[in-house]
Structures are given as structure tokens and as C-alpha cells.
Design a protein around this ligand. Structure first.
Ligand code: PGA
Length: 246
């Protein structure tokens, strides 16, 4: 199965010129890539600025209502309309500003409702890890994020394990530890959905992935790819990550 490599530009870059330059550099660096599926999640303002990309476009967040009096919000209908295919939700950097599991669940449903792919992030912080609560925290995030979603839809969800303590400038989490959590997530999915789904659902690792360590995270079939932040802002390094992941 092809690996899925998702870039997350976060709140970067600061100018449209720089975003266009990054898009072009990534386009040339990735135009020969046929082996991995590549998605680039950019700030909302850069989503429509460049056509004919050699990768899919993703958004970093969304709102669950389709339209209406919701100042500042961007709906999944709008995202679909401008060609977005993937949408992140539940990233620790949005959870930090008050996004709850319940909100993540509404977003996952709205994303699926438009036929887009939700990339639902889960991950514990350092205090939770030190207290031995990592598994219970991510199990709760996973179960509540997927609450009341039918199996036929759960299979379209991508789950990204992003331990907060491993995200740049900290991290990384060892490949063995990432794999252990991926297996745990698959076990939970087996319980809430089905055994078959626990084998086929895509589970990514994210947190300080770079060109040197990338291959170690995708060596196993139980990890389906990676979510890459900082290193995705360097087109050459990101292209190396994509290459090393196949
Ligand atoms: P990082 O970010 O690769 O810069 O650690 C990953 C993420 O937060 O998605």
C-alpha cells in the first residue's frame, strides 16, 4: 500500500510570494513522485493561489456548519469548492485554543459529509506521558472523535498520532514507541469498528520527522505514513522524506 505523507505548513509562510515560491519548489521536487500519496496542508489564505499542483491540497482546520452567521469560520463546503481534499482536525495546536473532542467529532463528520478526508490528530502531552496516562488520553480522543460515525465512514478517516512532546522543537518519539502506539490505536479501532478496519485504517506518525529519521517511521506496514511540520517548509528535505518513505 502507498504511504501517505502529509505536509503541515502551520502558520507559515508570511507572504503570498513566499507561498508561491514554496508551491513551485515543491511541485518541481515532487513531480516525478509516483510511489507515495502527498498532501500539503497550508493556511487558508494560500489554498486557492496555485493551480495544477503535483500533490493534493489540505486545510489545517474547518468549521462544522455549512454556512451562516459564524464570523471567521471556514466551512467544509467552501474548502471542497476550492479543491481541498484533506482537512486536519484535532491538531494539538488547535486543541490548545479550546478545540474539544466533541468539536473534533463535529468536524470529522462535516469533513466526511463533503466527501473529504479528515486527518484526525491525537496525542498526549509530556505531563500525561510522565503520569502513565498516554494510552488513556489517546484512546479517549480517538473514541470521542469518532463517536457515532458509521464503520463505512470510519474507514475513510486518517488518524495521526502526534505526541505533543515530540513536535518540533522537542522530540522526536522513537520509531518503536510510535509503532507501539499505532498498534494500540489499531486495537481500539478493532473494538469500536471492526477487526478488518483495524488493519486497513491509515495511521500516521507526526513529530520532528526529518529526512534522516523518516524511513524508520514507515518501515512497518502498521504505520501508513507521516505528518510533517517544520521539515515540510524545506522543499528539498520534504522531497527526501517522500522518497525515503517508499
Ligand atoms: P513537526 O510538526 O514536524 O514540526 O514536529 C508536526 C506537526 O505538528 O504536525
Amino acid at each position: 500500500m502507498k504511504k501517505l505523507i502529509i505536509a503541515n505548513w502551520k502558520c507559515n509562510p508570511t507572504t503570498k510570494q513566499e507561498a508561491l515560491r514554496l508551491f513551485s519548489a515543491l511541485n518541481s521536487a515532487l513531480h516525478t513522485n509516483k510511489k507515495a500519496d502527498v498532501v500539503v496542508c497550508v493556511p487558508f489564505v494560500y489554498l486557492g493561489i496555485k493551480k495544477e499542483l503535483s500533490f493534493k491540497l489540505g486545510a489545517q482546520d474547518c468549521f462544522w456548519e455549512k454556512k451562516g452567521a459564524f464570523t471567521s469560520q471556514i466551512s467544509t463546503v467552501m474548502l471542497k469548492n476550492i479543491g481541498v481534499k484533506y482537512v486536519l482536525c484535532g491538531h494539538s495546536e488547535t486543541r490548545r485554543f479550546g478545540e474539544t473532542n466533541e468539536m473534533v467529532n463535529k468536524k470529522v463528520k462535516a469533513i466526511l459529509g463533503e466527501g473529504l478526508v479528515p486527518v484526525m490528530c491525537v496525542g498526549e502531552n509530556i505531563e500525561q506521558k510522565k503520569k502513565g496516562q498516554a494510552f488513556s488520553v489517546i484512546e479517549k480522543q480517538l473514541k470521542e472523535g469518532l463517536k457515532k460515525i458509521p464503520k463505512s465512514q470510519i474507514k475513510k478517516v486518517v488518524v495521526a498520532y502526534e505526541p505533543i512532546w515530540a513536535i518540533s522543537p522537542y522530540g522526536p518519539c522513537s520509531p518503536d514507541e510510535a509503532l507501539t502506539v499505532a498498534l494500540f490505536l489499531r486495537k481500539v479501532i478493532g473494538r469500536i469498528a471492526s477487526k478488518n478496519l483495524s488493519k486497513t485504517i491509515k495511521i500516521l506518525y507526526g513529530g520532528s520527522v526529518n529526512a534522516k529519521n523518516a524511513k524508520d517511521y514507515v518501515a512497518s506496514d502498521f504505520l501508513s505514513g507521516m505528518l510533517v511540520g517544520r521539515a515540510s517548509l524545506n522543499p528539498k528535505e520534504f522531497a527526501k522524506i517522500v522518497k525515503s518513505s517508499v
